[in-house]
Write a protein that binds this ligand. Structure first.
Ligand code: PHE
Length: 365
């Protein structure tokens, strides 16, 4: 009996003083392995008389349990210590001063959004935002886009499906920035003058379409607003953006469910050394027209859906691709490169962080 007790004390002491997992494993094999001492003792039980077994059995079983428990406890302690050591060794001191100056550049999309905010701030517009995950009421229904409109078809819109609904409304990735019109008209009393830049999503992909792209929405709601205000605003914006006085706009009748009348706006460009340069009449001998944006007078139904009286309030809205504006001004030709994160592209087309657009300095300087 005392032999078993002292064997146990010895083994437990050894286990408790091991300081590596390998040494602990060696002890485990020596005690509990196939030919370990404890295993050996357990095997002697079979050859004992019932009396002997009754006398020695409990001590031998207790020996095995104590040794097993000691090994489990030591193993956990050693593993915790190993993890602590690793965490200490791999610790990064984030408060250390940077050794290398930051080398990033401002992405053309961010730069153009800043240019737009600058231009429209000067015209009295503020910047509004909305979430990229929208409900189908704000993205479609409130905008007078009926259930049967082709824009609702699955191939255009990324829906979340049945597993994600909010207040019983189907959720989706917004397909345009126009839901920000709804958000603004519902939450703010007119007069309203906002632009709303941001990401939008459509299930589409080629050289001129990416599943995510950027738009800027414009919305004016006030009394006595006419198509003339829309045309002047767009003309003023495009002159400031392209930094040319000779911007020529062509307004074509079009259709959007949320505007009536709807107007597609083309701008004249001029061929210079085989490149399209925005400006000049598209009807000139070396010119052409570039389709640029959708716009129109806000549909009375939309104004009513937002709780306003269309007999009192009128307005105009427009939507334009920010990436497209960047491509036309800075001469990129593949939209996909905008989102590849290729450092060579970013170094070539990116802007210095200090190159903040201002009207006085020329917005894109
Ligand atoms: N939301 C439209 C689109 O994405 C653009 C638009 C905005 C048209 C506002 C008219 C008025 O195509």
């Amino acid at each position: 009996m005392t032999e078993i007790t002292s064997l146990k004390d010895g083994l437990v002491a050894d286990i408790e003083s091991t300081d590596t997992l390998d040494a602990l494993e060696a002890l485990r094999v020596g005690a509990l392995g196939k030919s370990g001492v404890v295993t050996g003792l357990l095997k002697t039980l079979g050859a004992m008389t019932p009396e002997e077994r009754q006398a020695k059995g409990p001590a031998i079983h207790e020996l095995r349990e104590s040794v097993t428990a000691a090994i489990t406890a030591r193993k956990a302690a050693l593993e915790t210590a190993a993890l602590d050591a690793r965490l200490a060794a791999e610790r990064l001191d984030m408060t250390l001063p940077a050794e290398v100056a930051p080398q990033g550049s401002v992405h053309p999309v961010s730069q153009v959004m800043d240019e737009l905010a600058e231009i429209f701030a000067d015209l009295g517009f503020s910047v509004a935002t909305g979430p990229e995950i929208e409900d189908d009421w704000r993205n479609f229904s409130a905008l007078n886009i009926p259930e049967t409109h082709p824009a609702r078809a699955m191939h255009d819109t990324f829906y979340f499906g049945d597993n994600y609904q909010v207040d019983g409304k189907a959720m989706l990735l917004r397909t345009h920035t126009s839901p920000v019109q709804i958000r603004t008209m519902v939450s703010e009393a007119p007069p309203i003058r906002i632009i709303a830049p941001g990401r939008v999503y459509r299930s589409d992909s080629d050289a001129t379409h990416t599943p995510m792209f950027h738009q800027v929405e414009g919305l004016v709601i006030d009394k006595g607003i006419t198509l003339g205000h829309l045309k002047w605003t767009l003309e003023t914006f495009l002159k400031a953006y392209f930094e040319r006085e000779d911007m020529v706009l062509r307004l074509r009748p079009s259709y959007f469910p949320f505007t009536e009348p709807s107007v597609e706006v083309d701008v004249g460009f001029t061929w210079v050394n085989g490149q399209r340069v925005m400006g000049g009449s598209g009807d000139a001998e070396n010119g052409g027209w570039m389709e640029l944006l959708g716009s129109g007078m806000v549909h009375p139904a939309v104004i009513r859906n937002c709780g306003l009286d269309p007999d009192e309030w009128q307005g105009f809205a427009f939507g334009v691709g920010v990436d497209r504006l960047a491509m036309l001004k800075y001469g990129m030709n593949d939209l996909r490169a905008f989102f590849d994160g290729d450092l060579r592209w970013l170094r070539h087309y990116g802007f210095s962080a200090l190159d903040v657009p201002t009207l006085s300095g020329g917005v894109g300087a």
